[in-house]
Write a protein that binds this ligand. Structure first.
Ligand SMILES: [Zn+2]
Length: 507
């Protein structure tokens, strides 16, 4: 099984916003989004009479998906998604996901993506529905890791015609990054180990022109990263490492990078506080945060993002063993903070503590970390949304806005100062967590905040939506890759950069 997925980009062609009769005639499947109050009526497009008749035959509720066959030589199938009157990105992606779900069964060659929507006040057509279709199609045809002895031949359409003006380079860059994140997260734990992960990162760094720096356990010890190495020493293979990848577009030498940090626990047994079989079953996915940070770096690189970005991936396993750390151990993190260990299954915040401290030393303009960190966040939000936390009040609304625009929704939790009282202990500077688990997502964020150097704007995303039975939005598989679309939307937001710049000026 390969660690890096094979990827062949979709063969994209572009066409006018409304598909022509000639295009429809040579299309096998037309995916068509219909806005409820579209002024360009269905009847005006080629084969509109057939579609209008079919649409009128049964009540077509907003959000529904239906199909019609056109009288072309190809017997062109039209799959129509009915957009609700006030729609958002999550809804659009969800409808697009339902429209593409069964395409694999017939494996069409030429697929056309189009929408009938009303132009806005400036006369600009809304291209968001077609963008949602492109995202859903790319996710539907992507390869998935499997060890089946007979694997069905992979399918890709021969041609994808995108109707309307869409930045397909950025759209496909995001889907490529999300695919990488989903692929890595799905890999079995005996295939993706901290060691093989590092080897794959060396290859990816070469491919993308990233500088790579690997902090081995021995080097982390020298840097006094005692929280990270406490977790690392439970593993018999001792192959844990912190990997820093640097993306530096030309002419940005003087700019401070944005740091993306990811939790990469390749398998989490819980350590000495062992998980039950049911709770340990999917713990190979506990590296999703690192995959999202990496996938985001790849998406930004492929879309030629004009600013420098670092990814800091904390790769480790949380195992049981004679050297494994235990409850009541006291360890010292790289920034000198002493930590009293309360629960060995709270390993994520231990490795992130040192990663945030070491990333802080490089003086980034801002830090965003991604981690499948707490069950409490999952109980609070379910798998439909992820939790957001920040040390900068202006960022709260900006984070939620990026979530809404990308369709990967996040909800901001409070971080009031009085919560810090509960992390006090006479034995050390801070307790790792509370044993009763109440509000653990908030305490985890309060704990992490202590390892971010003062003044650096920081956001922490607790990835409760990294996996979900039945998938999420346009992704139909359980591993969602949630976070890549969100992070790219955040990085392209001028308001986000304003916050970061104000910090740089304050320095
Ligand atoms: Zn754990």
């Amino acid at each position: 099984m390969q660690i890096i997925p094979k990827r062949s980009p979709l063969a994209i062609k572009k066409a006018a916003a409304t598909p022509s009769a000639m295009l429809i005639r040579r299309t096998d499947v037309l995916l068509l989004m219909l806005e409820a109050d579209a002024t360009v009526s269905l009847a005006n497009m080629p084969f509109g009479d057939v579609l209008s008749t079919e649409r009128a035959r049964l009540p077509r509720a907003a959000g529904s998906v239906w199909m019609a066959v056109l009288p072309t030589a190809h017997r062109t199938r039209v799959i129509v998604g009915e957009l609700p009157r006030r729609t958002d990105t999550f809804q659009r992606l969800s409808i697009a996901g339902r429209m593409v779900r069964d395409l694999g069964a017939t494996q069409p060659g030429v697929i056309t993506l189009a929408s009938l929507t009303s132009p806005n006040a400036k006369g600009i057509t809304n291209t968001a529905p077609v963008a949602a279709l492109l995202a859903a199609l790319a996710a539907a045809v992507e390869s998935q890791p499997t060890a089946k002895s007979k694997v069905p031949a992979p399918w890709q359409p021969t041609e994808v015609v995108v109707c309307g003006v869409i930045d397909t380079t950025t759209a496909l860059a995001i889907e490529s990054g999300a695919h990488l994140a989903r692929w890595l997260t799905a890999l079995p734990p005996n295939v993706l180990t901290p060691k093989t992960y590092q080897q794959a990162l060396v290859k990816l760094a070469k491919l993308h022109g990233w500088k790579i720096e690997i902090f081995s356990e021995a080097r982390l010890k020298k840097l006094n990263a005692g929280a990270f190495t406490a977790v690392a020493r439970g593993s018999a293979t001792r192959d844990a490492a912190l990997v820093r990848l640097q993306y530096r577009p030309k002419g940005t030498g003087g700019l401070a990078p944005l740091a993306l940090v990811g939790k990469g626990v390749c398998f989490d047994t819980g350590g000495n506080n062992l998980k039950s079989a049911k709770h340990m079953l999917d713990m190979h996915t506990d590296m999703a945060g690192s995959a999202v940070a990496l996938g985001t770096l790849e998406a930004l690189t492929r879309s030629r993002y004009p600013r420098p970005v670092d990814a800091w991936l904390a790769l480790v396993e949380n195992r049981i063993g004679p050297d494994a750390y235990t409850q009541q151990d006291i360890v010292t993190a790289a920034n000198g903070t002493t930590i009293q260990v309360i629960h060995t299954d709270a390993e994520g915040r231990m490795i992130l503590a040192d990663t945030l401290a070491l990333a802080s030393r490089t003086k980034p303009c801002g830090i965003i970390d991604f981690a499948t960190l707490t069950g409490a966040c999952l109980y609070a939000l379910t798998e439909r949304m992820s939790g957001a936390f920040t040390n900068h009040s202006d960022l709260r609304a900006i984070l939620e806005d990026a979530g809404n625009r990308s369709g990967e929704r996040v909800w901001s939790f409070p971080m009031p100062t009085d919560f810090d009282e509960d992390l006090e202990t006479p034995m050390a500077d801070v307790v790792q967590c509370l044993i009763d688990g109440k509000g653990d997502h908030i305490y985890a964020a309060k704990f992490l905040a202590r390892f971010v150097a003062p003044g650096i704007p920081w956001a922490h995303i607790d990835l409760s939506s990294a996996s979900r039975t039945g998938g999420l939005a346009h992704v139909s598989r359980p591993i969602t890759g949630f976070g890549v679309r969100f992070a790219v939307a955040l990085c392209s937001d001028p308001a986000f950069h304003k916050v970061i710049r104000s910090h740089e000026q304050a320095k």
